[in-house]
Design a protein around this ligand. Structure first.
Ligand code: GDP
Length: 384
């Protein structure tokens, strides 16, 4: 009898515990998120099939309701962060201003001008064009005031950087669907960090954002993204380490459409493997995403400190996927600001964003005027 009562109590307790068990979406976002099935890594199946396969493989991790950060809007950031370019500034901008302010500019000085541009990674053909244009200007001007030198150099650098190009970042929803941005590039360039920073900037601009952690080859990447997302209230869709990146990307866009967010940002893996492998992987991610929404931007993330190596990476990526914009990271840590000019020439694609530090808001829309002004420093500083 007593045994019967104890048994009955135990059964009731077990039922209550089961009913009260938290659902998946109530679980905390990182670390303890439920493990998910590793999806097949083969080629994507037919669209209908893909939708069901994929839905089972990635997990939407809602950001917990905590005190959210309120990031500043993106406008005017480059001006605020201009001091971060100081190392580029002293080498490129100030170096050139000093040389061109000399009373007589002989061949040796022109060689120094050329060396200064080349050292700052401007690239050979752009350097030749800039030097040619400056030579003509100097002949026309004759004796030059410091102000004239500055204006002349500013004009030429602006031409080289390209003041007229369309650098708008397409992040607004359209046709009732979110804008979709793919972040591509070699690991270590700052892709995941840029995804997080960009999510913050977009939230600061009043948009709703969802993040897709399709860099499934690095477990830390998804955790990193989850932390960024949690700080600004952006959900993160992630899969297991080694999961099919296309599956995660698919599920992220699906969630983004369902939740009616403005922008979906997808972080991809950037292993340096064969060009064919890269092409297959990124091509597949893009194709799968495009079954649900247009891919509005493919942003290539490049580390500005890697010089020629970065340019080689840029070439490979641009051959495998249609890059629509470049993000140059780590411009705070290099004297080689000229890479902006070189990489745009190499790819024929504009630099749209620049990374100027490891802080959460150290990402700025690229503005040619503000950039060139930052390179040249304040007029007062130059006169000293
Ligand atoms: P991923 O492998 O391409 O995703 O690279 P991560 O996003 O993990 O970044 C690699 C490292 O670069 C991290 O230590 C970042 O903090 C750092 N990083 C990213 N962007 C910048 C930047 O603009 N400036 C500096 N100084 N560091 C950056």
């Amino acid at each position: 009898m007593i045994l019967g009562v104890v048994l009955a109590l135990f059964v009731v307790a077990a039922v209550v515990a089961f009913v009260k068990a938290p659902t998946r979406r109530e679980l905390p976002p990182s670390g303890q998120s439920p493990s998910v099935e590793v999806p097949p890594t083969g080629e994507m199946a037919a669209p209908g099939e893909a939708a069901t396969d994929v839905a089972a493989t990635a997990t939407a991790t809602p950001s917990p309701v905590i005190d959210l950060d309120q990031p500043p809007p993106s406008a005017g950031r480059l001006v605020r962060l201009r001091s971060r370019l100081s190392r580029s500034q002293s080498t490129l901008g100030r170096g050139l201003l000093t040389l061109l302010a000399r009373d007589t500019i002989d061949e040796e000085t022109w060689e120094e001008v050329e060396d200064t541009l080349l050292t700052a990674d401007v690239g050979v053909s752009a350097t030749q064009q800039i030097v040619e244009a400056l030579r003509t200007q100097v002949k026309v001007l004759g004796a030059r005031t410091p102000d004239q030198v500055r204006t002349m150099l500013r004009d030429q650098l602006l031409v080289a950087v390209g003041a007229d190009g369309d650098r708008a970042l397409h992040t607004a929803p359209h046709d009732g669907r979110p804008a979709v941005l793919l972040m591509v590039g070699v690991n270590g360039t700052g892709k995941t960090t840029t995804c997080g920073k960009l999510a913050r900037a977009l939230v600061g601009d009043g948009r709703t954002v969802l993040l897709g952690a399709a860099d499934t080859f690095r477990a830390a990447a998804a955790d990193q993204l989850a932390t960024w997302g949690a700080r600004v209230g952006a959900d993160v869709v992630r899969g297991d380490e080694g999961a099919d990146p296309a599956s995660v990307a698919f599920e992220a866009v699906k969630s983004g459409v369902e939740q009616k967010v403005d922008t979906v940002l997808i972080d991809t893996a950037g292993r340096l493997h064969t060009k064919q492998g890269l092409m297959d992987e990124l091509g597949k991610v893009k194709r799968v995403v495009e079954r649900q929404a247009e891919v509005d931007e493919v942003l290539l993330v490049l580390d500005a400190t890697t010089g020629q190596n970065g340019l080689i990476q840029a070439r490979v990526f641009s051959e495998v996927v249609d890059v629509t914009g470049i993000v140059l990271t780590k411009l705070d840590g290099t004297a080689k600001g000229g890479i902006v000019i070189a990489v745009q020439r190499e790819l024929g694609v504009p630099v749209k964003l620049i990374g100027l530090g490891e802080g959460p808001d150290d990402l700025a829309p690229f503005e040619p005027d503000a950039f060139v002004d930052a390179l040249l420093g304040e007029p007062m500083e130059v006169a000293q």
